[in-house]
Design a protein around this ligand. Structure first.
Ligand code: SF4
Length: 682
């Protein structure tokens, strides 16, 4: 019998969406028989998913029915961080949590901090009811910077919004620069279009410090040093100017500050750029020739390159390259870093109800400096000490930088911590209460994408496992206990889904997705979203972008670079997504154990052999893993694949034991890939 969408059918298919922090935001077709999951597959009819899910989410059923799922509320019985809990009833847990929060809020609600990110990208189980709860409470606000803020800010300064090309049009490009992106691992559906372009004769060039799975399948790989992308962009601009590979008409009509940018570019001959980047001048010249003499030419930029001190400036410079050659004139030309700005006009700004602040202006805490901030005392500058943390959709003990401080903060006996989770993660181990959350198969949600231009629905396919409740339901019930009696706290999850976007919700449910009305070639005639309507190289109050060296570099700190001569980046292991899926055994078995890729010359200089246990260290700590002597690492750079759960690693740490909390030039984001280390045999 063919499965149908009829809710009364014995076997039925349901529209779902992948909730993970990935630009592809796949549409998923779930087939259930009664309350039994029969099949989970990429939706064949969704244009950019085209029936395929990545290896990770193909195992979603294994994750969903994992024997270690938290299925009932838990209360801490051991020391902080020990992961020792006892089961407790929902009412008892919620009553106690509400009482503790009320007592703190009576002193100052800003002593309570939400901590969440993209564990689910859904609007309902993200910040809908949670936002209402924390706004009504007057809690501290969280500055959600941990992934993309430097690049997003740079992009928005250049184009006026975080917008770019249609994903689908990359298939028609003649040259694609895949810049700072291991697409095969973390943007798989883009790679499908890039391969189509390749089959049609396009050239693919990877720009990445690491020789990734993607880089080795491109025609060329330029392995620059981490944090030097801006220097490469300036070197390319120099060559475009010198050789007059410019679209003068486009520059004159659609770029603000071009004369100033031209002068700056002329200061960056290929030799200078090459020296900073650790590549050859001929590589700079060749890349510029390809870029300046091919059309249509497209750049798929991704967020790896912006996790450094100068990440925002680098994003600005790279985003200007398509303007120099007039690439935006073609629908298969231009750049894509984020498409999230295209869905902004359709979002309901009132979903999180900021009006519930009622004029209060709580302080904002940067999630990337949680290590420092949990250890701060009250002060006039900082405000009250953080007394309570409510964590959902995030695993900060594993993913926030400078873990030693994050752990010390989470271990404070006077910190009250509640974690909404599926599993006992490194963070949940530090909770006073762990509350079991539903998975994507068990709740309503709606999704937008930062990599394509569709909205998607996620309908529940299975009943909640055990006693799990949706995030929205947990915050609704906490709100009731706090005495928040505004009608908006009565909205159920389906109502929240209906409110999230100003679109035809019934049509969204019927089809499963809706395409946003985005122009085919959005900037063919300029019309950027900036005040002038032009792309901004510089403008009143906005200086020209420039190369900004890494915080931890020989340029800024020669003594540090002498002690720790290796630059470490920490890209995601192919089978993990941030820290999600590390506990899925079949995926962890593929990864084996925490690895540090190091090139042969650097390994030999330290007497390291492939497969040897090593200590990776700097002034912030020490991380134990296994050396993988590999051409994936370039000289002077090591790749610490992440993000392992600390408790599943070798010495109870992961790469973030070594990263620091200094921030980027724009967006106040973390600098995970701006980190000097040394490596020695263990
Ligand atoms: S993680 Fe990305 S590629 Fe994998 S299913 Fe989700 S959206 Fe698709």
């Amino acid at each position: 019998m063919t499965p149908t969408r009829d809710p009364s059918a014995a076997t039925r298919v349901i529209h779902a969406a992948c909730p993970h922090d990935c630009p592809d935001t796949c549409a998923i077709r779930v087939t259930v028989e009664g309350e039994r999951l029969i099949r989970l597959q990429g939706e064949p009819d969704h244009p950019t998913t085209h029936g395929a899910l990545c290896t990770k989410v193909s195992r979603y059923a294994e994750r969903n029915s994992h024997p270690e799922r938290v299925l009932q509320p838990l209360r801490r019985v051991g020391p902080k961080g020990s992961g020792q809990f006892e089961p407790v009833g929902w009412d008892e847990a919620l009553d106690d949590i509400a009482a503790r929060l009320k007592a703190i809020a009576a002193r100052d609600p800003q002593a309570i901090l939400p901590y969440s990110y993209a564990g689910t990208m859904g609007f309902v189980q993200g910040e809908a009811m949670a936002g209402r709860f924390f706004h009504r409470l007057g809690a501290s606000q969280l500055n959600r910077t941990i992934c993309a803020e430097a690049g997003a800010t740079g992009l928005a300064l250049t184009y006026g919004a975080t917008v770019g090309m249609h994903l689908e049009h990359f298939a028609e490009s003649r040259l694609i620069l895949i810049w700072g992106s291991n697409s095969i691992a973390s943007n798989l559906h883009f790679w499908t279009y890039a391969q189509a372009a390749k089959r049609a004769g396009a050239k693919l060039i990877a720009i990445d410090p690491r020789r990734t799975e993607t880089a080795e399948k491109c025609h060329q790989h330029i392995a620059l040093r981490p944090g030097t992308d801006s220097a490469l962009a300036l070197g390319l601009m120099h060559e475009l100017v010198i050789n007059d590979w410019l679209d003068h008409d486009y520059l004159t009509r659609h770029v603000e500050g071009w004369p100033e940018l031209r002068e700056r570019a002329l200061q960056w001959p290929p030799e200078r750029a090459a020296e900073v980047c650790g590549i050859t001048a001929d590589e700079v010249r060749g890349l510029a020739r390809d870029y300046g003499t091919t059309a249509p030419v497209a750049i798929r930029l991704n967020y790896g390159m912006q996790r450094v001190a100068g990440g925002g400036n680098a994003a600005r410079l790279i985003a200007l390259l398509p303007c120099l050659v007039g690439a935006w004139r073609h629908r298969a030309g231009g750049l894509l870093l984020s498409a999230s700005g295209w869905n902004k006009p359709f979002r309901n700004r009132a979903l999180e109800r900021p009006d519930l602040l009622a004029g209060r202006q709580p302080r904002s805490i940067n999630m990337s400096t949680i290590g420092d901030d949990l250890l701060r005392e009250a002060s006039p500058d900082f405000g009250p000490k953080i007394e309570a943390l409510i964590v959902y959709n995030s695993n900060p003990v594993a993913v926030a930088p400078e873990s030693a401080k994050v752990v010390a903060g989470f271990r404070r006996e006077d910190l009250f911590t509640v974690v909404l989770e599926h599993f006992l993660t490194d963070t949940a181990d530090h909770a006073d209460y762990v509350l079991p959350a539903t998975t994507q198969l068990e709740h309503w949600d709606v999704h937008a994408s930062y990599g394509h231009t569709y909205l998607l629905i996620n309908e529940p396919a299975l009943p909640p496992a055990g006693q799990a409740r949706s995030n929205a339901e947990i915050f609704r019930q906490l709100a009731a206990r706090m005495g928040f009696d505004e009608p908006c706290f009565q909205d159920d999850d389906l109502s929240l889904a209906r409110q999230a976007f100003e679109v035809d919700f019934d049509e969204l449910r019927r089809v499963g997705w809706l395409k946003l009305p985005v122009p085919e070639a959005p900037f063919a005639e300029g019309r950027f979203f900036t005040p002038s309507g032009k792309a901004q190289a510089c403008a009143p109050g906005l200086p020209l972008p420039d190369h900004v060296p890494n915080h931890e570099s020989a340029e800024r700190d020669p003594a540090l670079a002498q002690r720790y001569p290796l630059a470490m980046i920490s890209p995601p292991a192919r089978n993990f997504l941030n820290s999600t899926f590390v506990n899925v055994k079949s995926l962890r078995d593929i990864e084996g154990e925490p690895l540090l890729e190091i090139c042969e010359a650097d390994a030999q200089a330290r007497g390291l052999a492939d497969g040897q246990p090593v200590r990776v260290y700097n002034d912030r700590g020490e991380y134990h893993c296994v050396a993988r002597v590999s051409p994936r690492a370039r000289p002077g750079v090591v790749n610490g694949l992440g993000v392992w759960w600390r408790k599943l690693g070798r010495n109870g740490t992961n790469v973030n034991q070594l990263t620091h909390q200094r921030l980027t030039d724009l967006g106040e984001a973390p600098c995970f890939y701006d980190c000097l280390v040394e490596v020695a045999p263990l």
